[in-house]
Design a protein around this ligand. Structure first.
Ligand SMILES: Cc1ncc(COP(=O)(O)O)c(C=O)c1O
Length: 465
């Protein structure tokens, strides 16, 4: 069989699969036992023919695939895949570059350079920021906070790359109480323990209360990193960046922004005021696989201190073919990976296919859909919207009851019209709706809201049962 046969088969299947998103249940249809039975078995003794392998993979795996690329998937904060970004992702695998070095794929290196410049402009970051294309916001935090660790310890005369953390001046990290869990994990990976984290209380929306921040920062001489959040994973709320940036700059602290999805508000003229002051940070972490609708995995990091960023990441070995400094970009000098996927291609394709106005329109449209959800659901008597819908996140509570709310979430997941999940927000159970997919239409929102309300009406609270 020719290479063409298996690729043609896969392309045809991909088109058919995407065409079925409109009608297929959003949830996975097979459970763990059925999937193990379909996909498991002994390691084959003999080679298999490629088309037969792919046909068997499709048959075995498709029942366990969640319709995430479809317009009615509202779980976690997950985008779809724009057609051009998906196609560029196929090219990424086809070209199979090792994008650690310029020499391992010159086009991959240049495309990252170009896309990073476009992104910095789109997100309103200062000219000259350095960047890293990584797997997701988690690794973007690791990269950014490694640069922060280097930069802050250098200011007190400690070379962390040479001497490590044993015996170093202790770092302090100031975060909002409602920060994302990936901040803590990034710090742990960098040798900064939980006891070095100082959490500032948050308000009802999850925004850091920055009123006493200056005093807090001034209360210790320890080199300090402040982590602000632009887009709380539950509410979408944005920390008060101008006040945080004022305090961080007055105290000589490094300001890192977790903008996994919320940073994309900067690309919308309408929502941009929400993230005013974002350009004043020292480092930023965000995702392309969320609101830019690039396929997994695709995270982005930016840094306003090129020397600290490079010092924290760079690697050299005599067998490598490394570009002269400034001549070309060897990505491994800026990322925690060595060998790596050429993640710039799909990001580049997404930006070219949307353009500046298309990104703004995508963000505004998802925001409008989220507001419509809140309007449709919130107008029912037993339904409460718990958050101000400032971005793409909606928190919903049913029958003023935790158990009833969890039951509605579970019934919606089972029903298959749409998919979303639950959370606990400030002590009470809530349904989380995240609208992050380019495909979502008004009709998707209306169909989903109708299904949610129908299922909620069938759930009775213990009090009225
Ligand atoms: C605010 C925030 N930060 C970080 C992350 C982690 O992103 P990733 O899953 O891309 O690592 C998320 C994920 O939803 C998030 O919402």
């Amino acid at each position: 069989m020719s290479e063409h046969a298996v690729l043609d088969l896969t392309a045809r299947y991909a088109g058919d699969y995407l065409g079925s998103l409109e009608t297929r249940p959003v949830r996975a249809q097979a459970g763990v036992h059925a999937l193990r039975a379909a996909l498991g078995g002994p390691l084959p003794e003999r080679p298999g023919e490629a088309t037969a392998v792919i046909e068997a993979l499709i048959a075995g795996a498709e029942p366990g695939v969640v319709a995430i690329p479809g317009g009615r998937y509202f779980g976690f904060v997950i985008g779809g895949a724009l057609p051009a970004a998906l196609a560029a992702d196929w090219l990424t695998s086809t070209w199979d570059q090792n994008a650690g070095l310029f020499a391992g794929g010159p086009s991959a290196s240049v495309v990252e350079e170009v896309a990073a410049g476009w992104l910095a402009e789109l997100l309103g970051l200062p000219a000259g920021v350095t960047s890293a294309f990584v797997t997701g916001c988690q690794l973007a935090h690791v990269t950014a906070l490694a640069a922060a660790r280097h930069g802050m310890l250098e200011r007190v005369g400690w070379d962390v790359e040479r001497d490590g953390l044993a015996g170093s001046p202790p770092l302090r990290v100031v975060v909002g109480e409602e920060r994302h869990v990936t901040i803590d994990r990034a710090l742990r990976l960098l040798g900064i323990g939980v006891s070095q984290i100082v959490a500032v209380p948050a308000d009802r929306q999850g925004r850091m209360r920055a009123g006493g921040l200056l005093e807090l920062l001034g209360s210790s001489q320890a080199p300090t990193i402040v982590c602000a959040q632009v887009g709380n994973v539950n509410t979408g709320a944005v920390d008060p960046l101008p006040a945080i940036a004022d305090a961080a700059s007055a105290a000589g602290a490094w300001l890192h922004v977790d903008g996994a999805f919320g940073m994309w508000a900067a690309a919308s003229p309408e929502l941009r005021p929400l993230v005013e002051g974002i350009e004043r940070a020292d480092s930023w972490a965000t995702d392309a696989h969320k609101w830019l609708n690039v396929p997994y995995d695709s995270g982005l990091m930016f840094c306003a201190h090129p020397a600290a960023h490079r010092a924290a990441m760079s690697a050299h070995a005599s067998y490598l073919v490394q570009a002269e400094p400034g001549a070309a970009r060897d990505q491994l000098d800026w990322t925690p990976e060595f060998s790596r996927r050429a993640r710039g291609f799909p990001v580049y394709a997404a930006l070219r296919t949307l353009g500046r106005s298309g990104v703004a329109e995508l963000i505004d449209r998802c925001h409008a859909h989220a507001r419509r959800f809140a309007e449709l659901l919130g107008s029912e008597p037993d339904v409460e919207i718990l958050n101000e819908v400032v971005l793409n996140q909606v928190l919903v509570r049913f029958h003023a009851d935790d158990e009833a709310t969890r039951e509605v979430v579970s019934r919606v997941q089972e029903d298959g019209t749409c998919w979303l999940s639950g959370t606990t927000w400030q002590g009470v159970a809530a349904m989380r709706i995240s609208v992050s997919n380019w495909r979502t239409t008004e009709d998707d929102v209306e169909r989903s809201a109708a299904a949610i309300l129908r299922l909620a009406a069938a759930v009775r609270t213990p009090a009225v049962a």
